[in-house]
Design a protein. Structure first.
Length: 168
């Protein structure tokens, strides 16, 4: 009588799964969605405060700077402008990041619209930067929706299938 060697090949049944814990991936997507949602809400609140209480003033671009920085595995370009404006007898100077299109259209000496808070003029932003609010809100909403949908799909369809599958 021959006794087996103890090596037994298992047959794989069903689609091959390349990750060990799919529910963890869905939870991570949900957390990323929540993060972008919170970031969008916080940015929206700050921008709406500028829109509601902010005072508009003309500022003068006094400097422009562009450069690159290394972020993880790629090089990222940045575009900054420095601007000045007067409130009473006080001159406020601030630096702000802008997109490449706005950076290319501005020259030193040009005027830009700036919103500042009346109780603290050092809290100010270029009026053109208010468009980022909607981008954060849309990205947050999309990631929240996708994270929740994938988490629900994984929990209701994939997890029961993984728990009941048979190995030969």
């Amino acid at each position: 009588m021959v006794i087996g060697t103890g090596t037994r090949r298992r047959m794989h049944i069903g689609p091959r799964i390349y990750f060990r814990n799919p529910i963890l991936i869905f939870a991570v997507l949900l957390l990323v969605g929540i993060f972008f949602g919170v970031l969008g809400i916080a940015t929206w609140q700050r921008q709406s405060a500028y829109a509601a209480d902010g005072v508009s003033v003309q500022a003068v671009v006094v400097d422009k700077e562009t450069g690159t920085r290394m972020t993880r595995n790629h090089v990222q370009r940045y575009f900054h402008i420095t601007y000045e404006f007067a409130v009473g007898d006080q001159t406020i100077r601030n630096e702000s990041g802008v997109d490449e299109g706005q950076y290319n259209t501005l020259a030193v000496g040009d005027s830009i619209d700036v919103l500042y808070m009346p109780d603290d003029p050092t809290m100010n932003i270029p009026a053109a930067n208010q468009g980022m609010t909607m981008a954060y809100i849309l990205a947050g909403a999309a990631l929240l929706w996708n994270g929740f949908a994938l988490f629900t799909l994984g929990k209701t369809l994939l997890l029961p299938w993984l728990m009941t599958r048979r190995t030969a």
